[in-house]
Design a protein around this ligand. Structure first.
Ligand SMILES: Cc1cc2nc3c(=O)[nH]c(=O)nc-3n(C[C@H](O)[C@H](O)[C@H](O)COP(=O)(O)OP(=O)(O)OC[C@H]3O[C@@H](n4cnc5c(N)ncnc54)[C@H](O)[C@@H]3O)c2cc1C
Length: 474
C-alpha cells in the first residue's frame, strides 16, 4: 500500500482524458489558491494521456484521429488555454460551406442553417434539397402554436412536428447524426438540444427563437466558429500534463474497483497495488464507472445509457485527386442514401496550416446508428468501403497515399429520453455512499470538449469542498 501522510489529503483522478486532466489541473490550482494540503494522483489505463484526443504528426501533416475542433461559445477552452499560456496557439477554421449528400447528389446546406434547421428564408427557398411542398411545411413552424416542450420527447419527433418529414430527413437528421453519432428519433430533446425547446417556448417558433438567440450571439462577444490549436488538440493535453507539477501520474495502470475501509477510500489497481485516498473524481466512460462499484451494485442506472461505436478514416491524397468541382469544406450524409460514410471533412480546406499544399486530406466517419458493425471490419476493408463512397461523391480517381483508420469503440454516449434522471439517480446513490467522490465526463452533462472541461472543473471544486469543507466556487 502507498502511504499517505496524516495532514495531507489525497485525491485521485481516474482517467486521463480531457475531463480527468482538467479536473487534476483545477484541483491543483484551487489547492494552491486556498493553500490546501493536497496530494493529487492521476491514474490512466493506457500508456498515453488524452483519451479520445489523439493528434498524429507525420510528414508535415497534422491529423486528428478523434476530435478536431471546438466551438467555444462560453470561452471555456480559451480561458484554460490562457491559464496554460497557450491562448496565442488557438486558430479558427477557414470559413467554408457544408454540403449534404442525398440521392447521389451533393447540395449545399442553405446559408443561415443551424444544425440543419433553416433560419434564413431566401437561401432556404432557393435550396434544391427540399421540394416546394416541403418548404411550405417547414415554414409552418412560424405559424404553429408553441409545442408542448415541458415533457421530454424525441428530438426527431419534436422537429417533425415543427418542420415536417422532408426537412428533418434531408437536412436536420444528417447534420445531427454527424455531430452526435446518434439516431435523431432516439435522442432526447431536453438533453441533446435544450436551447431548441427553450427557444420554441420563449419565441413561439424554433426559427424565430434561433434567429433571436443567434443574433444576440453575433452581436455579443461570443464566438461561434470552430477552433483548434495550431499544433493539434493534443498540444492542450501536453500543456495540461506539464502543468501538473503537484500530481503523481500513473500511466498504463487501470483502476479495478473502489471500496471503503474505515474512513479511507481504497482504489484497487490492476497491478494488485492499492491506493488509499480521501476523494476521487471518476473521469472514465460511464460503463467503466459502473464496473468500479459493481461489488456494491451502485450506478446501475448508468447501464441504460446507450453508447455508439464509430471510426474516423483519414485518407491522404495528392492535391489533384479530387476531380469534382466542389467548393465545400465538408459534407454530411443522409441516412436515406446508399452510402456508408456519415460525414466527411476536407481537412486541407478547413485547416490548411495542418496539411502541405500538395496534399488533400479527407476525414470520413463510419458507424451509422444501426450499422456499427462496419467498424469491426479490417482497416483494408474499411478503406475500400470509404474509398468507394468518396469516388462516387467527389470523383476521386487516385488511390490514397496513406489511410489512417481510428476506431472509437463504445465512445459516443447517447443522451436518450430519461438521460438526466439516470445520471441524477446514479449521482445521488454515489453521494450517499461516498460523499467525496464525483463523476465527470462526456457520459453525463454534455459530450463536447467544452462540456468535459466544465465538468472537470466542477468536480474538482466539489470534491475539495467535500473534503476540506471549503466554499464552493461554482
Ligand atoms: C471520433 C470522435 C470525434 C469527436 N469530435 C469532437 C469534436 O470535434 N469536438 C468536440 O467538442 N468533441 C468531439 N468529440 C467528443 C469528445 O472528443 C469527447 O466527448 C471527449 O474527448 C471525452 O473526454 P473524456 O475525458 O470525458 O473521456 P475519454 O477521452 O474517453 O477519457 C477517458 C479516459 O479514461 C481512461 N480509463 C478508462 N477506464 C479506466 C480505468 N479503469 N482506470 C484508469 N483509466 C481508465 C481511458 O483510457 C481514457 O483515457 C468527438 C468524439 C469522437 C469519438
Amino acid at each position: 500500500m502507498i502511504d499517505v501522510t496524516e495532514q495531507k489529503r489525497r485525491v485521485a483522478v481516474i482517467g486521463g482524458g480531457i475531463t480527468g486532466l482538467t479536473a487534476a489541473f483545477y484541483l491543483q490550482q484551487q489547492a494552491k489558491d486556498q493553500k490546501l494540503p493536497l496530494e493529487i494522483v492521476l491514474i490512466e489505463a493506457t500508456h498515453r494521456l488524452g483519451g479520445k484526443i489523439q493528434t498524429l504528426r507525420k510528414d508535415n501533416l497534422i491529423i486528428e484521429r478523434g476530435p478536431d475542433s471546438f466551438l467555444d461559445q462560453e470561452r471555456v477552452i480559451e480561458e484554460l488555454a490562457k491559464q496554460l499560456g497557450m491562448e496565442d496557439q488557438i486558430i479558427s477554421k477557414v470559413p467554408g460551406k457544408t454540403y449534404v449528400a442525398i440521392n447521389k447528389q451533393l447540395s449545399p446546406i442553405p446559408d443561415g442553417s443551424i444544425l440543419g434547421i433553416p433560419t434564413e428564408i431566401i437561401p432556404f427557398a432557393k435550396s434544391d434539397i427540399i421540394s416546394w411542398s416541403g418548404k411550405v411545411r417547414a415554414a409552418c413552424d412560424l405559424l404553429l402554436p408553441p409545442s408542448n416542450v415541458k415533457e421530454d420527447q424525441s428530438l426527431g419527433g419534436f422537429l417533425r412536428k415543427r418542420f415536417g418529414e422532408e426537412v428533418v430527413e434531408n437536412l436536420i437528421e444528417p447534420v445531427v447524426s454527424g455531430v452526435y453519432s446518434g439516431d435523431i428519433d432516439q435522442l432526447s430533446l431536453h438533453e441533446t438540444l435544450p436551447n431548441l425547446a427553450e427557444a420554441c417556448l420563449k419565441h413561439r417558433s424554433v426559427i424565430r427563437g434561433i434567429q433571436k438567440e443567434n443574433s444576440q450571439l453575433k452581436e455579443g462577444t461570443l464566438e461561434s466558429t470552430s477552433r483548434t490549436f495550431k499544433h493539434g488538440l493534443e498540444s492542450l493535453i501536453f500543456a495540461l500534463e506539464k502543468s501538473l507539477e503537484m500530481a503523481v501520474i500513473y500511466k498504463g495502470v487501470r483502476v479495478e474497483s473502489i471500496s471503503k475501509v474505515q474512513d479511507k477510500i481504497i482504489l484497487l489497481l490492476n497491478n494488485q497495488n492499492s491506493i488509499p485516498v480521501d476523494g476521487v473524481i471518476v473521469a472514465t466512460p460511464h460503463h467503466v464507472a459502473t464496473k468500479l462499484f459493481r461489488h456494491e451494485g451502485l450506478l446501475k442506472s448508468l447501464l441504460d445509457i446507450p453508447v455508439k461505436t464509430v471510426a474516423a478514416v483519414s485518407m491522404i491524397f495528392s492535391d489533384s485527386a479530387i476531380k469534382k468541382k466542389f467548393d465545400g469544406d465538408g459534407f454530411v450524409v443522409s441516412r436515406n442514401s446508399d452510402y456508408s460514410i456519415t460525414a466527411c471533412s476536407l481537412t486541407h480546406r478547413k485547416w490548411p496550416h495542418a496539411i502541405p499544399e500538395d496534399c488533400a486530406v479527407l476525414k470520413s466517419y463510419v458507424g451509422r446508428s444501426g450499422d456499427e458493425s462496419i467498424v469491426e471490419l479490417s482497416d483494408n476493408e474499411i478503406e475500400k468501403v470509404v474509398l468507394q463512397d468518396l469516388q462516387g461523391m467527389l470523383k476521386i480517381d487516385e488511390k490514397p497515399i496513406n489511410t489512417i483508420v481510428s476506431r472509437f469503440k463504445d465512445s459516443m454516449p447517447q443522451y436518450t429520453i430519461g438521460h438526466w434522471k439516470r445520471v441524477e439517480q446514479a449521482k445521488k446513490e454515489l453521494h450517499a455512499a461516498y460523499p467525496t467522490i464525483r463523476l465527470a465526463g462526456n457520459s453525463y452533462e454534455g459530450i463536447s470538449l467544452n462540456d468535459c472541461i466544465v465538468q472537470g472543473e466542477k468536480a474538482a471544486t466539489e470534491v475539495l469542498a467535500s473534503i476540506f469543507q471549503t466554499e464552493l466556487y461554482l
